[in-house]
Write a protein that binds this ligand. Sequence first.
Ligand code: NAP
Length: 259
Amino acid sequence: MASNQGVPLFIDDKRFGAYLSPVKSQRIFLTGASSGIGAATARLLAQKGHRLILISRDLSAMKTWAESFENNQVLVHEGDTTDAESMRLAAQEMMDRWGGIDVCIPNAGVGVFSPLSEAKLSDWHRMVDVNIKGVLNSIHACLDALLENKGQVIQIGSVAARSVFPNSGVYCATKHAVLALSESLRIEFRDRLAVTTINPGAVNTAFIDQTTNTELRESYRPTFDQGMAPDFIADAILLAIESKGRGIFSEMTVRPDLR
Ligand SMILES: NC(=O)c1ccc[n+]([C@@H]2O[C@H](COP(=O)([O-])OP(=O)(O)OC[C@H]3O[C@@H](n4cnc5c(N)ncnc54)[C@H](OP(=O)(O)O)[C@@H]3O)[C@@H](O)[C@H]2O)c1
């Protein structure tokens, strides 16, 4: 098959042993891969034999790990998702190396909590730029190749995509936009694209550190500290990928188990 030139349909490498994924090695575009949910997802998907391009502004912590994989299984692309040209180049690198793209996971996102009355326009713009424009740039860069391969978009929404919480009005607005975009893709391309939105509650990552209002940040911190491990969101992403051909998880809400 032209789109898999030189690459076996199933990675038959003893290193992966019993962990081998039941679906063929997917070619995955993943943003926000330097930390939290993205980093956990990169590790799990690579362990399962998938091919990945990892995208973030600073991938120094992931480079040595990525290079430990043979046959360029894990590529790194340092870039800002708000730069459409950079996302196009990352997608082009996948086309050049692997001949196609199967899955796009535009995970990079920021949340800066503050009441709207604080009116920090630069924070509002950053959330819109990364959470909406960055997602659009990523999907736009991959879309033709995804449609060609009957591929998949896995979006990281939030419980804030379905509900509105105090002190996070603009973040909630951006995540509502993410969900609306997912639904649009699903409706328009239902015979050529699988679309999944994963809506996590609190996850224990560096996410809360973006909030500059010290009082708010420290009042929220225990909620995030008790949140899900990012590995759990990676598990949900893997489930969405491995359901290929059997059904589509179009929306998954995952919350901390507080029992
Ligand atoms: N943590 C939670 O409780 C939670 C809950 C629901 C949804 N989410 C969503 O989950 C996603 C991942 O968040 P996380 O919790 O894993 O947070 P995180 O640990 O802060 O990771 C955020 C990632 O996004 C990347 N990033 C930020 N701005 C970027 C840009 N302009 N260009 C490229 N990469 C950029 C960061 O990398 P660089 O700084 O190296 O660029 C980092 O890898 C986000 O969409 C977030 O909204 C998180």
